[in-house]
Design a protein around this ligand. Structure first.
Ligand code: ASP
Length: 321
């Protein structure tokens, strides 16, 4: 099996064959999830803790469902009611949870790099469910599965990632993953919402949305992340929608069979027209949600296999020491 990772902290360390292994396994979970009885046993007997320091709807609920469907004991830490509110540090919280012997720790945190730091302190497999502006690996993987199913391949596609690139971990993880799989990635949005050093990222950058969408196969819209903005990044929401919001007229410049994506939550009428988001002939936004559960099942299944193998090897080693 070609999935060697101990943790899933980002897509950056994953090789293309590991990405394909994960997506192929996720396909089998898509089928399982469409059955009436949705039980697998890949995580039987394991304990999964979800530790979310930032709000989440899709990610947390899909990790919870994914763990339960595969037989794990799943615990959602209620951070708002926990000692975090009393000033406990991230590392103390992690060490406390570690002492309860979890096998999988799913963590979302507002600081970039916080999840990597935590992974160094615990004995279980850690999954990054989004850290600041850094990475959101399972989002990029579920987007990849959605694209592969809709387009029949995950290479040589023109993919326009549009909007608030600077604050988006979704954009960053997608840019890395789609680049590894040899696609042509374009970043589209106002200069104020482009990350610094964008020129070195090796993709085309467009301020003009019409030029950026020209002949695109995939149009991926991003939320304006107001919670990460501390100044005037956009003139006004109205003006933003006019120039960078996805409406029918701008979408008409992409390929006729181009798909529309959005990681959610959406600001309808700000970055995307509600009618387009709901158009089942163009929008794959609900498919992204469905793929999210399957991809998270696959990710935890693969990490659990590696964890069991590592523990098995260690136990065997103890016998001979
Ligand atoms: N849900 C995604 C994230 O957690 C995208 C967003 O919040 O806009 O990064």
């Amino acid at each position: 099996m070609s999935f060697r990772a101990r943790h899933l902290l980002g897509v950056e360390p994953l090789a293309p064959d590991e990405i394909v292994t994960l997506l192929d396994l996720a396909e089998s979970y898509v089928s399982l999830n469409r059955r009436t009885v949705k039980h697998g046993d890949a995580l039987d007997g394991l304990t999964q803790i979800n530790l979310f320091f930032e709000a989440s709807t899709r990610t947390q609920s899909s990790f919870e469902l994914a763990g339960k469907r595969l037989g794990a004991d799943v615990m959602n830490m209620a951070v708002a009611q926990s000692s975090v509110k009393k000033g406990e540090t991230l590392i103390d919280t992690a060490l406390t949870l570690n002492a309860m012997h979890p096998d999988l720790l799913v963590v979302r945190h507002p600081e970039s790099g916080a999840v990597n730091l935590l992974a160094e302190k615990v004995n279980c497999a850690v999954i990054n469910a989004g850290d600041g502006r850094h990475e959101h690996p399972t989002q990029a993987l579920l987007d990849a599965l959605t694209i592969r199913r809709a387009k029949g391949r995950l290479h040589r596609l023109t993919i326009a990632i549009c909007g608030d690139i600077a604050h988006s971990r979704v954009a960053r993880s997608n840019l890395i993953l789609l680049g590894k799989m040899e696609n042509r990635v374009r970043l589209v949005g106002p200069a104020t919402l482009m990350p610094s050093g964008v020129a070195e990222l090796g993709c085309e950058v467009f301020e003009d949305m019409r030029a950026g969408l020209d002949e695109a196969d995939v149009v991926m819209m991003l939320r304006l992340q107001k919670e990460r903005m501390d100044g005037g990044f956009i003139p006004s929401e109205r003006e933003y929608y006019h120039r960078w919001g996805l409406d029918a007229e701008k979408l008409a410049l992409a390929k006729p069979d181009a798909i529309v994506m959005h990681p959610g939550p959406m600001n309808r009428g700000v970055e995307i027209d509600g009618t387009i988001a709901d158009d089942i002939n163009r929008s794959v936004i609900q498919d992204q949600v469905e793929m999210g559960v399957a991809v998270r099942m696959a990710a935890m299944d693969l990490l659990a296999r590696n964890l069991r193998a590592e523990r098995g090897a260690r136990a065997a080693g103890d016998v001979y020491v």
